[in-house]
Design a protein around this ligand. Structure first.
Ligand code: ADP
Length: 376
């Protein structure tokens, strides 16, 4: 059957059409029929019309059975959900917690439903995988009423990616995710590290929103909340402008003064640009600290895994992060790390093996959608 995957970003729409069945999904033989990226999207309904114009001839009259929507914030949903009126309302309410993301997903859902009203529409959440975090990992150390009444807690994101990578790694070993403790570094425009203990997320670096944790392309990651309150209370800065600054004007973009794109920053650092070098060092150092933290959280690990745009492609960043971790059992093989090979591969045969495993977000969304259709 045909499953359409939609991933609505802040100004883009990624789509992918799969031909799959439960048997194909179980044996990794689902087929990608077509995929596309529409950029500079202002109205989701125009982007969806463009996507359907591309896809309709490829369907040759076959219906789209399901549409899987990537939804960044799923609150306390522990897994994918068929979107009915109650789920739609919940996603809408969660827009307050993810104003940059959830409204776009909802707009994409509503536009897609107009095109394929008879398909089963499924929300696949980035937060769901992290619902297994224990309270000592997800609760902030503030009075409990903020958790109970305002839902202020760590949710974690990139869950679809972390789950797909943990599963792929286990399959490559001929085992199940329950057999491993892995630390996964998802390093893309957004970046997060996740501790996956026997298939369950037990901690991750992003928190209440995708802002917490690592230095990212344009996001600051961790900083002392009171510095921001100082700017608001004592310096009269506008809170909304600060939120925009932290999410869009910070991270590598701010500290390098060059770009939020790691390729640009790395090439400037290679040409001797001091700020670019400092930015790369800051990026690697923050990631390294989280790896150390999660080794402690899980009393070790069976693998360290890199994924996403930077994690899969940048030998230099992987080397920067792993440098000086040999006393913790992590060391890269310089030759394996720098080999430009596609696909999953080991890049360090240390006591804790180091791997690159490409993220499989799209096909995971398609499979979750298929799973929801079959369990209805
Ligand atoms: P998104 O989070 O939007 O899905 P990606 O996972 O595609 O993003 O990652 C984008 C990041 O990956 C960018 O910073 C880009 O510079 C970086 N990247 C892609 N290829 C390389 C490469 N060969 N070397 C270094 N960085 C790379």
């Amino acid at each position: 059957m045909k499953i359409l995957v939609l991933n609505a970003g802040s100004s883009s729409l990624k789509y992918a059409l799969y031909e799959t069945t439960p048997e194909a999904a179980a044996s990794d033989s689902d087929r990608l029929v077509s995929e596309g990226l529409i950029e500079r999207v202002t109205e989701m309904k125009d982007a969806l019309r463009e996507a359907f114009d591309e896809l309709t001839p490829l369907l040759k009259g076959e219906v789209i059975a399901g549409v899987g929507h990537r939804v960044v914030h799923g609150g306390s949903f522990p897994g994918a959900m068929v979107i009915d009126a109650a789920v739609e309302q919940a996603i809408d309410e969660l827009s307050a917690l993810a104003p940059l993301h959830n409204p776009r997903s909802l707009a994409a859902y509503r536009a897609a439903r107009a095109h394929v009203p008879d398909a089963v529409h499924v929300a696949v959440f980035d937060t769901a995988f992290h619902q297994t975090m224990p309270q000592h990992a997800y609760a902030y150390a503030i009075p409990p009423r903020f958790l109970e009444e305002k839902k202020i807690r760590r949710y974690g994101f990139h869950g679809i990616s972390h789950r797909s990578v943990a599963l792929r790694f286990a399959k490559l070993q001929g085992k199940s995710p329950e057999d491993f403790r892995v630390i996964i570094c998802h390093l893309g425009n957004g970046c997060s590290v996740c501790a996956v203990d026997r298939g369950r997320s037990v901690d991750t670096s992003m928190g209440f929103t995708p802002l917490e944790g690592l230095v990212m392309g344009a996001r600051s990651g961790d900083m002392d909340a009171s510095a921001l309150l100082h700017l608001i209370i004592r310096e009269g800065e506008d809170p909304a402008a600060l939120l925009q600054m932290l999410n869009n004007e910070s991270g590598m973009k701010a500290i390098s003064g060059i770009s939020n794109d790691m390729r640009d920053v790395l090439s400037a650092a290679d040409s001797g640009n001091e700020r670019a070098r400092f930015a790369v060092d800051a990026f690697c150092y923050r990631a390294k600290k989280f790896i150390g933290a999660y080794l402690a959280a899980m009393n070790g690990a069976d693998a360290l895994i890199f994924t996403a745009g930077i994690g899969e492609n940048s030998a230099a960043v992987r080397a920067g992060i792993c440098a000086g971790l040999d006393s913790l059992g992590i060391a890269l093989d310089a030759e394996l790390n720098s080999a430009k090979l596609p696909g999953a591969r080991p890049i360090g045969n240390s006591a804790i093996p180091v791997w690159v495993v490409p993220t499989e977000e799209q096909v995971t969304i398609a499979r979750d959608t298929l799973g929801c259709i079959h369990s209805r």
